[in-house]
Design a protein around this ligand. Sequence first.
Ligand code: 13P
Ligand code: SF4
Length: 303
Amino acid sequence: MESFNELQREILRLKAEKNALILAHYYVPLEVQDVADAVCDSFAMAQKAAGAENDLIVICGVRFMGESAKILSPDKTVLLPSPDAGCPMADMVTPEDVMRLRKLHPEAKVMCYVNSSAAVKAVSDVCCTSSSALRIARKLDCDEIIFVPDKHLGSFVAAQVPEKRFWLHDGFCPTHHRVTEADVLAAKRAHPEAVFAVHPECGEDVVKYGDLVGSTAEILDFARRTGAPEILIGTESEIVERLRRELPEKRIYGIGSSFVCPNMKKITLRALYECLRDEKYQVELPEDQLRAARKSLDEMVNS
Ligand code: 13P
Ligand code: SF4
C-alpha cells in the first residue's frame, strides 16, 4: 500500500466523513486514482454509478462522465472536481446533428458513444462505450446504424459488423487522433519484440497494428495477462505510468510524442480536495433530458 501525502489524507478523511464514493477514470493523475474507491473505464464507471449506495458521488473524470453518473443515479448528488474539464469529442456532435442524420436515414437506429452530451444521449436510441460498442451494435434490432460522434470507433465497429450498414458522424478525439502510423512504425522499429495494445479512438492506420484493440480497462488487462515482456501502449500516457508501476518486470512503452488528454489532467488532488470540502461542482440536468437520456444509458448498462 502506498503512503499518502497530506492532501490525500485530507481527501480520505473527508470521503469517510461524508460517506462519499469517489470514482476515477484511468486517465486522471495517478495520485488522484490512488484515493479513489474505484478506478474505471467509462463502462465500469457508469455501472458503478448506477449501483451506488452513497448519497454523494464524486466523478474524477470529464464532464460527460459526471453527466452519465447523474443520469443513472438522479437522486444522488454528483460532483465534478473540475467543471471545465470537458471532452472535445463530445462537443463535436449536437442534438441537431443527430436529428439531421435521422431524417437522412429514417430506418437507422442511433447509437451514441458515451463521450457525448446528455442532450445527444436524450435523442439517441442506445449508448455504448468502447468496451461495449461491438456487442451492442451486433445486438441492436435494425439493419442500419447511425454512429455518433467518433468516426474512428464507428469505423472499427462497422468493419467488425459487416451485416449492418453504418452512417458515421465525423467526430474524433484530438488526443488519440494525433497519433500516426509513422509513430507506430517508429515504436515497432525501436521495440521489434513488443506487442501492441491500442484504443479504438485511434485512427484506422494505427488500430490495424493492434494485437489488442480495446477500452482502457481491456488494455490494462491485456498487459497484465500477456506473456510478452515488452508492450507498446496506444492510449493516454497515464496508462503507461500505471502499468510501469504495476508491472515493473515488463517493459512498457508509449507511442507518439505527447499522448495526453489535457482535460483529464485538470482533475488534480487540490481540485478533488476542494470539491469534497465545499461539495462543489454539482452536476444538474433538466428533468426531461435526464429521463430521455436515461433510456439509452440503461440499455447500455444492462446490455
Ligand atoms: P474508455 O471507455 O476506454 O474508458 O475510454 C474513454 C475515453 O474517453 C477514452 O479517450
Ligand atoms: Fe475525450 Fe479524448 Fe480526453 Fe477521452 S482522451 S476524454 S475522448 S478528449
